[in-house]
Design a binder for this molecule. Sequence first.
Ligand SMILES: NC(=O)c1ccc[n+]([C@@H]2O[C@H](COP(=O)([O-])OP(=O)(O)OC[C@H]3O[C@@H](n4cnc5c(N)ncnc54)[C@H](O)[C@@H]3O)[C@@H](O)[C@H]2O)c1
Ligand SMILES: O=C(O)C1=N[C@H](C(=O)O)CCC1
Length: 252
Amino acid sequence: MVKVVVSGALGRMGTMIGRIVDEAPDLELVGGVDVREGTLFGTEVVPAARIDAFLKEKKPDVLIDFTVAAAAVENIRAAARNNVALVVGTTGFSPEQRETIRGAVEGHVPAVISSNFSVGVNIFWKLVREAARELGDYDIEVTEAHHRYKKDAPSGTAKTILEILDQELGGREKVYGRVGETERKGEIGVHAIRGGDIVGDHSVLFAGNFECIEISHRAYDRAVFAQGAVRAARWVSGREPRIYTMQEVLGL
Ligand SMILES: NC(=O)c1ccc[n+]([C@@H]2O[C@H](COP(=O)([O-])OP(=O)(O)OC[C@H]3O[C@@H](n4cnc5c(N)ncnc54)[C@H](O)[C@@H]3O)[C@@H](O)[C@H]2O)c1
Ligand SMILES: O=C(O)C1=N[C@H](C(=O)O)CCC1
């Protein structure tokens, strides 16, 4: 049995992950952490301030974190202090927060950290890399759309797309939205849309003369992220103490 604690337990993702873990015969849901009060499928949800004591008491194998960036950094540090493996889906980290996470995790605990746990997006990233290799002289525009409650922009998935494009094409200038007189040069345009209950859309447009290629992914249900995170939780326990990608989990 892999024992799991979920932080962000009462959120959109935390609740869905809690249900999947609760229903899995090979996993044991031992509780949750949140700043709000509640329970998670009959297990205790403790305030974030008590995370250290809770991890010591419950001794989970894995902490799955879907919270907000500042909170996730603290939860990751707590998990590392208590020798608990990690699955982190939270997005919106600053470069400094990423460094803090790296320092807390590397050499201490195994952690799968991904801006997107869906299988489809992990394949989509591979397709974007392949297209960038072949179409580097085309104009490139990255567009993402999410629900009205999303806190960070651009999305973590879009930032990962930009990292892939940087790796393949060098660090091109990014232009976040365009307004006024804007002559197009070699930049990459980045556009974020927020509205309604959009689960998560991403597309990369490669535009040339007389033709365009657009690579897109659309999530219809958060279950694709939640199932991927639980798959990573099963995989991560007992690995070497370093940061892993979801592509490593999937063997891509
Ligand atoms: N990687 C992926 O596949 C993926 C998929 C979906 C969402 N996300 C990311 O996951 C995060 C959460 O998304 P959501 O839609 O579930 O948000 P949400 O707002 O519904 O849930 C976040 C939860 O975290 C709680 N929280 C806040 N501070 C906390 C703390 N210190 N400790 C514990 N819990 C705390 C909130 O009370 C809330 O219940 C976001 O960063 C989002 O971008 C990633
Ligand atoms: O709903 C969200 O928030 C999502 N966040 C991730 C991101 O920022 O890329 C993944 C898609 C859903």
